[in-house]
Design a protein around this ligand. Sequence first.
Ligand code: 13P
Length: 283
Amino acid sequence: MPLVTNKEVLDAANDGGYAVGAFNINNMEIVQSIVTTASEMNAPVILAASQGAISYAGIEYLEAIAKIAASKTDTPVTLHLDHGTDFNVILQCIQHGFTSVMIDGSHLPFEENIALTKRVVEVAHPCGVSVEAELGRLVGVEDNISVDEKDAVFTRPDEAVQFVEETDVDSLAVAIGSAHGIYKGEPKLDFERLEKIDNKVDIPLVLHGASGIPEESIVKAVKLGINKINIDTEIRLAFRDAVRKVVTESDVYDPRKICGPARDAMKEVVKYKIGIFGSEGKA
Ligand code: 13P
């Protein structure tokens, strides 16, 4: 079926008490591994392209690959801009069939984040495109955005209420202790904070930096109101490990024999994540 919006799949997740996986895409094999697995599991799924992915693959390629993948399944698939910081890229995504955009103004002072997010909502909503914003700052590196530990800020529940009211965003990424990239120690989520935010804010909440978070914490976060969970690093690691295995253990030089096993390995990651997010069978 055609691509659907994040609002559609995330509002349903909010009502049903589960989370939809948002997996980062950079090439055809990654898109195939995500959409084939979601289709086999009857699970809605979000294809997340960062600004870096768009520079790498080209926006037309990502648009075309995502649309073809969606057209081959009856499960809802969305195409979402992850961590948009550039207003022009947001406009480009809207023109190129993205059904959702994230505006990441989390580095800005509160009022400026509101103003920027409002501006994006004003252009995206009339085009039927959903908007995700971020309040609070996650530590770590995602694509070309890097945040030091000293600059990390947890989301304040009262600010979240005001932010959502003033911006009219469709979903909100919250900072509750997760981090982008590979964790150094055991990730500890602030569940009390999440519960407070969820009690005050009606729209779907988003957990970034979810690679490496133990299963029981993911399940608890979903129970306490998380409806979208972002996974990038674990897909990258599965790709890297599978490619490394083939090229170190054989003389293979056919790209299909190198990328094929990587695609299978990424499918396993997606399958496990969809299972623990609770979105299997929710298509
Ligand atoms: P990870 O790299 O920790 O999986 O985080 C992905 C993410 O939050 C993308 O926005």
